[in-house]
Design a protein around this ligand. Sequence first.
Ligand SMILES: CSC[C@H]1O[C@H](OP(=O)(O)O)[C@H](O)[C@@H]1O
Length: 361
Amino acid sequence: MRINEQHFRTIWQQGDRVCLIDQTQLPFELVTVEVTSLVQMCHAIRSMKVRGAPLIGVAAAYGMALALQENASDGSLQGAMQQLVATRPTAVNLAWAVQHMRQQLLALPIAKRVETAWQMANMLADEDVSQNLAIGQQGKVLIAGKAAANPQQTVHILTHCNAGWLATVDGGTALASVYAAHDAGLDIHVWVDETRPRNQGASLTAWELAQHGVPHTVITDNAGGHLMQQGQIDMVIVGADRVTRNGDVCNKIGTYLKALAAYDNRIPFYAAVPTPTIDWQLVHGAAIEIEMRDADEVAYMQGQGSDGKLQKVRVIPHESRALNPAFDVTPARLVTGIITERGIFPPEQLQQAYTAFEPKS
Ligand SMILES: CSC[C@H]1O[C@H](OP(=O)(O)O)[C@H](O)[C@@H]1O
């Protein structure tokens, strides 16, 4: 993404290390950090310095390269995969990337593994960018269709969490369609769910859209249903962390409630995903492991103090407990379509598309 005439990706190789945007510092500061070891990459993923399903898949791939740089043995390969998979269980991209890399690298002589691991990670990064640009073109057609049906009207899109370029290497998934529509001159506006508890919408999606000049309004997570009832939302486009073969969509907590409200108000609900986010091994979403994150993410909120410094404030009584499931599953019956780089499919046709997708082993 271009920011102040500078072209940015969220992550990139720099010699024997990996550079990435520390997303915990946004929207107030754009900070890049250097990651030089497997342990540091695991921490970056777990602490959500780097986050978003496609992006943590690529970050984990770079983590494998860093691990082999330290020790390229079979044991090191296996250990690195286990440590990376354990960082965040819900997004399929991470597990798929490290298992794919382990399978390919195990077959190589030790002397070839480090160079090949870096090449594979860089290839996955480039593949993510091209897939997301294709998703954007697919989604743009949807938005253009809505615009053509209501000429002279702004198309109002609601999105949840952050499925923009910050959730990927570049381009985004749900927001890829927004950027493509905006850049094509379509009159759009985005309702941005703040997305408690970590506020990926308020702090990341809003920042992205502001940088790109896309009209948007941040709303509380609980306002979306009301706006739908008031006829102020034309479509919902979200990202996903894992889509199963029957079209169930696992995404940030709260997505299911938006899908229910959209269904009740007959508003189209789409999930935009690159193929690596589709888990062909799972026939429905009930089998997906939902990451349970630290309750302190609910108990505290992060923001910028009057001194300009980031700070956390407690927002619940010390005597109170909190529960923090990070994702939920929207059943396929509530999903209008899955926007992929190869086309837009109603959930019930995803299985038929199975063969067309030639899923990777
Ligand atoms: C384009 S996938 C983005 C997806 O990942 C986010 O989760 P997290 O911020 O916890 O990594 C969220 O579910 C987004 O929809």
